[in-house]
Write a protein that binds this ligand. Structure first.
Ligand code: GDP
Length: 373
């Protein structure tokens, strides 16, 4: 169930399947349902629950993944009826981010998001309990509502809160280090280029091509979680940095956006944004829109943007023409074959801000040095 059209639902499900494969699952079957709104008890309708139970039995599937965020009670009800593990989209995305986080900061960011997700779910459950307690109180027995269950929730919540506070402190420190680096770049007028884009669009591959950085490329969504910054130079010798950023997905769990805020803020603070789009994807426009939503959320809409239509080798030329017409400020490349990379570099170089005072860049050298050159 999604709010949009049937095509939206199909794209979203195709992405969910790709995400599940990234997490190491084998996808056996996709089941759709058209509904006005999710069933409060079981998310999908009763008939569909029964149909899925039969598919699970027939195929031997061990997990059902729902394309949405399930309330804890919906998850329990579904597991009771279907008899296998049930996972929602958010838990799946969190799982993949956890598997792929490389740096200490990335790991702390994912853990923070996971704890926030868990805490919300505790609150949901606690909420139900208090409503029950209220009901009983109306019947004259307020104490009955405060069973051991609620005490356990309170303890869990306190533990989670303590851990969240600790992670926030650690992240703040790491962020301090990151800010110092960023400020030093600013002071030296070193322009920065951020590569953003939908997950799997080819950001790491493009960074490799553009800078020969040798970043790990995996045929998996989220191969890139931690920003990787490389120094590089323009043809006329100007130094600039180029950074890879986290992959964006549709319905990025809110906790993740918050947890990755500092990483994402680097995008907002850069001088130029390379927005990479997978030209061979069935819905590149949808991906552009999803990325721009996240960019708006992190106030990065003011950064000059070049749309880089990637995977030209695998894309339908009609789709590329359509995209170029929609996005006049775009270049077409293939990070795989290297086609268009030269043109992309020229476009980047022409868009890069020139340092206002050339001498500032050279200040670390002795003035005499300059004269001698
Ligand atoms: P990221 O998640 O955006 O960093 O994407 P990656 O750079 O990890 O690439 C994701 C997948 O797309 C990998 O399997 C790449 O080999 C593939 N890929 C990247 N660029 C191209 C391209 O230009 N053409 C084709 N056919 N595949 C590409």
């Amino acid at each position: 169930w999604t709010e949009g059209s049937v095509a939206d639902a199909e794209n979203s499900m195709a992405e969910l399947a790709a995400l599940a494969e990234t997490a190491g699952s084998e996808v056996l079957e996709a089941v759709f349902q058209r509904r006005q709104s999710p069933d409060p008890a079981t998310f999908i309708g009763r008939g569909k629950v029964e149909a899925i139970r039969e598919i699970v039995q027939a195929t031997g599937a061990d997990t059902v993944i729902c394309d949405g965020e399930l309330a804890p009670s919906q998850l329990r009800n579904l597991e009771d009826r279907i008899k296998v593990k049930v996972v929602d989209r958010t838990a799946l995305i969190l799982d993949i981010f956890a598997q792929h986080a490389k740096s200490k900061e990335g790991q702390a960011q994912v853990e923070l998001a996971q704890l926030q997700y868990m805490k919300q779910r505790l609150r949901g459950w606690g909420g139900n309990l208090s409503r029950q307690a209220g009901g009983r109180a109306a019947g004259g027995d307020g104490i009955g509502g405060r069973g051991p269950g609620e005490t356990k929730i309170e303890t869990d919540r306190r533990r989670i809160n303590t851990k969240i506070a600790k992670l926030r402190r650690e992240l703040k420190e790491m962020r301090g280090t990151r800010d110092v680096k960023r400020q030093s770049r600013r002071r030296n007028h070193i322009p920065s280029v951020a590569i953003a884009g939908y997950t799997n669009a080819g950001k790491s591959s493009l960074l490799n091509r553009l800078t020969d950085a040798g970043v790990l490329v995996e045929d998996a969504l989220f191969a890139t979680l931690d920003p990787t910054t490389r120094r590089t130079t323009t043809a006329d010798g100007r130094i600039y940095t180029m950074s890879d950023t986290v992959g964006f997905v549709r319905h990025l769990p809110h906790g993740l956006v918050e947890a990755f805020r500092s990483t994402l803020e680097e995008v907002a603070d850069s001088d130029l944004l390379l927005h990479v789009v997978d030209g061979s994807h069935p819905d590149p426009e949808g991906q552009i829109a999803a990325v721009r939503e996240v960019l708006a959320e992190i106030n990065a809409t003011k950064v000059p943007e070049i749309i880089v239509i990637n995977k030209a080798d695998a894309a339908d030329p009609m789709v590329i023409s359509r995209l170029r017409a929609r996005e006049p400020h775009s270049v077409v490349v293939s990070a795989k074959t290297g086609d268009g990379i030269e043109e992309a570099l020229r476009t980047i170089e022409s868009e890069l801000p020139r340092p206002q005072v050339e001498f500032d860049v050279l200040l670390p050298y002795e003035r005499g040095d300059l004269v001698n050159r």
